[in-house]
Design a protein around this ligand. Sequence first.
Ligand code: TXA
Ligand code: MG
Length: 324
Amino acid sequence: MKRVIVDATNPSSDDLMPVADALRDGQVVAFPTETVYGLGANAMDAAAVARIFEAKGRPPTNPLIVHVASIDDVMSVVREWPESAQRLAERFWPGPLTLVLRKNPLIPGIVTADLDTVGVRVPRHPVARRLIELAGVPLAAPSANRYMGVSPTTAEHVVKGLNNEIKWVVDSGPAEVGLESTVLSLVGRPRVLRLGMISLESIQEVLPELEPYYDEVVEGVSASSPGQARRHYAPEAKVIIGDPELRKAFNSPRVGVVSFSRLEGGGLGRVMPRDPEGYARELYDALHMMDEAGCETIIVEPPPTTAKWQAIWDRLRRATESES
Ligand code: TXA
Ligand code: MG
């Protein structure tokens, strides 16, 4: 695998050009976004997009998000651009908000799992935007991890998970947000399909008619967002949400603890920031680290339950689901 290190604040076109060439050539490339690392391919090239599904081991029923460099480029991806989309884009783009809209027929069906809709966003990460501009095509990109695993927030996570599957990874250091984008459908009545660090409340400021969030998968109703599997975003280890002191009951060294204060008497622990933004930024790295250390069990101390922690709770719940 070729690892290209690119300065996040000042991406050099010279470094990114071979990667953009690879994308135009139909290859898949892992690249940084502000949320998590993505596994990108030319969204207009069905064969290239098929390689993403292959590399991830992802079922074809799970649609991909298409990334464009600016609002001006969005019409190559969608066929309707409602006034609400314009308002949301002006407020939240570039940034971690994905809008689900009616798809442009030029986008191959494999990108959207043959749905008539497509998820689109303009990422905020300068390297992602530069790469899309240089490639000159929209990039279909899921998170750059094996299906069902924890999303990568560093290039090391990508290498660990997909080393044998891909040729290129662009490394710009740790992701700034750390959780995947908020997914908002504007087809029919507006509703959030996946929680993210752009909160429901902040979307409601622009879109007062937003429906309350309803977790369809967990509630057992058929999923309108097929990627929202019950178990998802889960490490290899079994995750338990509970008191860090529970570790003593295991009588095993292969227990890791994600908590807010240092463990007394040692043990594998990760002390997390107390603010939701800092916590979100580090959560996946903590889970990756404990898998790497060979933990069988990870105990996560429950974070606060206020609105700002809602997306974090969503991911923690999914990580605790057992495989079914
Ligand atoms: O932050 C992110 O969104 C990252 C970075 C790389 O942009 N990408 C990401 O992609 O998390 P992925 O494929 O891991 O998750 C995409 C989510 C899934 O839950 C999928 O079901 C939903 O978006 N989605 C995509 N297109 C959709 C559509 N047309 N209708 C409903 N849900 C859609
Ligand atoms: Mg994913």
